[in-house]
Design a protein around this ligand. Structure first.
Ligand SMILES: Cc1ncc(COP(=O)(O)O)c(C=O)c1O
Length: 400
């Protein structure tokens, strides 16, 4: 906890001269000045549309944009940067696949998700199944909040064409056995997509080693800017897919009636890309890489365990989920106090947490809750943040 936490808070302008205790990192993360500087220098020094402008700042912008793609590819061990498609975030990444591969589903086909999915990895599949007449199936959860893979033949069938599962639950913190599911997907010849929104920011992700076909994530949850995300996909599958959106840059040639497509990844990047944000995300990757993701994970594990130990000492706390492998998320409720009241009281002590259904309504329904409180830590948090949070919680307890 000494390597990260308090010692790097100075890199984050939002914490300067502020008493803010930010514990809502699964929602979005704060930005270090290294990321903010990269964004500003793009606008101040090299602002020109990428892949179009034939003047110096245009070439510089394109170089910085493509450099960022390379950094991201190396960060997740993609075999080539061409497998990195810039999107606006995880939501768009999943929609890209559900509107391309998803559209080739038929009435006899099945799509498999789980009961812990964020709406971003559920609603697009509901819509794809509705369009194509295919069936949406769910892997159920155990009492502990893990995927129940005990009767795989019920869900992994010869009709399963697409499997799309979250790497880490944004509510329960469960880290899912992606390698195992990848093997099960391969055995039945299904495409396997991983929603990595809560994965990549918190642990080493090696897409080759995981064995999935697609991996989606959002820049803003890993110290990067909003409006930028990634869809990584295996080159041969990307090459076989139709484009998602039509427009500038995604074409090879256009006539009055028809068009042909550009190469991957540009085939999937219609219009002016979020090149400034992409460079910002590259700076976030550099920043995280300067510690190494193993250290990030150790720091979060230690802090999350510390928070769990402290919170469970308080009276009337119910924690949702007790997975064997937990990421940096703890969802809980305090007996007799509505989660929204809790958030408001914490806010009076400058403590930011998230309450609500966390865009996972089916999961909340299965937990018999319509709102839960969620604490989620990141690299700049420290045990003193947890201490203040627990002090505030016990004062609220006394008040009620
Ligand atoms: C597990 C998971 N998937 C998908 C998303 C959607 O991410 P975005 O809103 O950045 O597209 C989130 C956001 O909280 C998430 O936690």
């Amino acid at each position: 906890m000494k390597i990260l936490g308090e010692s790097i808070k100075k890199d984050f302008p939002i914490f300067n001269d502020s008493k803010l205790i930010y514990l809502d990192n699964a929602s979005t993360t704060q930005k270090p000045k290294q990321v903010l500087d990269a964004i500003l220098s793009m606008y101040n020094e090299t602002n020109a549309n990428v892949h179009r402008a034939l003047y110096d700042i245009g070439s510089a912008a394109t170089e910085r944009f493509e450099d960022s793609r390379k950094k991201i590819a190396a960060f997740i061990n993609a075999s080539t940067e061409k497998e990195i498609i810039f999107t606006s975030g995880t939501t768009e990444s999943v929609n890209l696949i559900s509107h391309t591969l998803g559209n080739s589903l038929g009435p006899d086909d099945e799509v498999l998700v789980s009961e812990m999915e964020h709406h971003a990895n559920l609603v697009p599949w509901q819509m794809a199944c509705e369009r194509t007449g295919s069936t949406l199936k769910f892997i159920p959860l155990t009492e502990e909040g893990e995927l129940d893979l005990n009767e795989p033949e019920k869900y992994f069938t010869p009709s399963t064409k697409i499997i799309s599962i979250t790497h880490v639950s944004n509510v329960l913190g469960t880290v899912n056995p992606i390698k195992k599911i990848a093997k099960m997907a391969k055995d039945i010849g299904a495409i396997f997509i991983v929603d990595g929104a809560q994965g990549v920011p918190h642990q080493i992700v090696d897409v080759e080693n995981l064995g999935c076909d697609f991996y989606a994530f959002s820049g803003h949850k890993m110290l990067g800017p909003t409006g930028i995300g990634v869809l990584w996909g295996k080159m041969d599958i990307l090459q076989s897919m139709s484009p998602f959106m039509g427009g500038g840059e995604m074409i090879n040639s256009v006539s009055m009636q028809t068009s042909t497509w550009n190469d991957v990844p540009y085939k999937f990047e219609a219009g002016t890309p979020n090149y400034v944000q992409a460079v910002g995300l590259g700076a976030a990757v550099d920043y995280l890489s300067s510690f190494g993701m193993e250290k990030v994970k150790d720091h979060e594990n230690e802090l999350t365990q510390y928070a769990l130990d402290r919170i469970t000492q308080l009276k009337g706390i119910k924690i949702f989920g007790s997975p064997m492998h937990r990421s940096s998320v703890i969802s809980f409720n305090m007996e007799g106090i509505h989660a929204h009241d809790l958030a408001q009281f914490l806010n009076e002590d400058n403590i930011a947490i998230r309450v609500g259904h966390h865009c996972a309504q089916p999961l909340l329904t299965s937990l018999n809750q319509n709102s839960v409180a969620r604490l989620s830590v990141y690299v700049y948090n420290d045990s003193s943040d947890i201490d203040k949070f627990c002090r505030s919680l016990s004062n609220i307890r006394k008040y009620f």
